[in-house]
Design a binder for this molecule. Sequence first.
Ligand code: IDP
Ligand code: MG
Length: 149
Amino acid sequence: MERTLVLIKPDAMQRGLAGEVISRLERRGLKIVAIRLLRVTKPLAKKHYGEHEGKPFFPGLVDYITSSPIIAAVFEGPDAIAATRQTMGATSPTEAAPGSIRADFGLQKGRNLTHASDSPASAKREIALFFGDAPPVAWPRDTDRWSFE
Ligand code: IDP
Ligand code: MG
């Protein structure tokens, strides 16, 4: 079973789409194992997006992710990382697959609603960053056998 970090970014929160994002991942069969609402500080934003430091969009990205509270959550399931990124769609909403969250609700890269970890190493690092003080909770779900073979 794999775990991935999901962020519901400020635009999705302000537009009342948090439930929609969670619902799509839940309906896919993924299980919530951690969730919190927080305001991302500049230092946390810079750590989380460290790989992008120096790129032209970096200052705007830090302003965006710190502009309003977000929801951070950890979802668990088989191939959770790939499945979640597929449900989110490509970084650019106009290149994202129709039916994905970013295609259905977004227009621009800088307002693309969600974050999802891109590899097991990123997931481990990002989950520790957002849930170091309150680790995910493993729980058996009665319907697991209807989602996981
Ligand atoms: P990802 O979120 O699909 O993994 P990354 O390339 O890791 O995409 O970029 C992180 C975030 O930075 C994106 O989700 C997006 O919000 C923002 N971003 C990436 N490229 C651009 C850009 O060219 N302009 C504005 N924002 C960008
Ligand atoms: Mg990324």
